[in-house]
Ligand binder design. Structure first.
Ligand code: PRP
Ligand code: MN
Ligand code: MG
Length: 179
């Protein structure tokens, strides 16, 4: 295990089981549709790639990068578009894929943008949800698991751009972000 990790919250097996369950729900709900799966960079990359490989229907993939955190653990409250989609969402069934919903600022902003752009439907699939931290009133339609209010990293999630490559989700040792 990485030395900076205090404990593992979700092992590779745990993540695989959660992903499989969510994929089952998505298969049922998107049967016969051709959703535009929007991966929110960078945190959602691992989850998105594992998730869509479990779907056997048509999907299209696109990527969007918005930022709210910078290198701090607390959200600045600002959301801005770093990279926009290549695809038009007008008339499309949009499925936003996130690694975590925390304050809800990112999601709230994305949903507003896609509504303005006249998506046919907008749903959200997130691996993790931290409802305790919510500031914006948003809810994901598909939630992998609820997580306690601890600083989690790995499987796409970073602290100061590190740890995204870890295959599990762990809690960071407090001394790492305190220093
Ligand atoms: C993180 C995470 C979510 C967002 C959730 O992304 O991946 O996208 O914050 O926080 P919120 O609910 O408070 O808006 P971040 O902006 O850190 O970018 P990253 O995915 O590139 O790490
Ligand atoms: Mn993110
Ligand atoms: Mg981040």
């Amino acid at each position: 295990m990485n030395d900076d990790i205090l404990k593992v919250l979700y092992s590779q097996d745990d993540i695989a089981a959660i992903t499989k369950r969510l994929a089952g729900e998505l298969k049922r709900d998107y049967a016969g549709k051709n959703p535009l799966v929007v991966c929110i960079l960078k945190g959602a990359i691992m989850f998105m790639t594992d998730l869509v490989r479990q779907l056997d229907s048509y999907v299209e993939l696109d990527f969007m990068d918005v930022s709210s955190y910078g290198d701090a653990t607390e959200s600045s409250g600002e959301v801005k578009v770093i990279k926009d989609l290549d695809t038009s969402v007008a008339g499309r069934d949009v499925l936003i894929v996130e690694d975590i919903v925390d304050t809800g600022r990112t999601l709230s902003y994305l949903i507003k943008i896609f509504q303005t752009r006249e998506a046919k439907s907008i749903k959200v699939c997130t691996l993790m949800d931290k409802p305790e931290r919510r500031i914006k009133n948003v809810k994901a339609d598909y939630v992998g698991t609820q997580v306690p209010n601890e600083f989690v990293v790995g499987y796409g999630l970073d602290y100061a751009e590190r740890y995204r490559n870890l295959p599990y989700i762990g809690v960071l040792k407090p001394e790492i972000y305190a220093s």
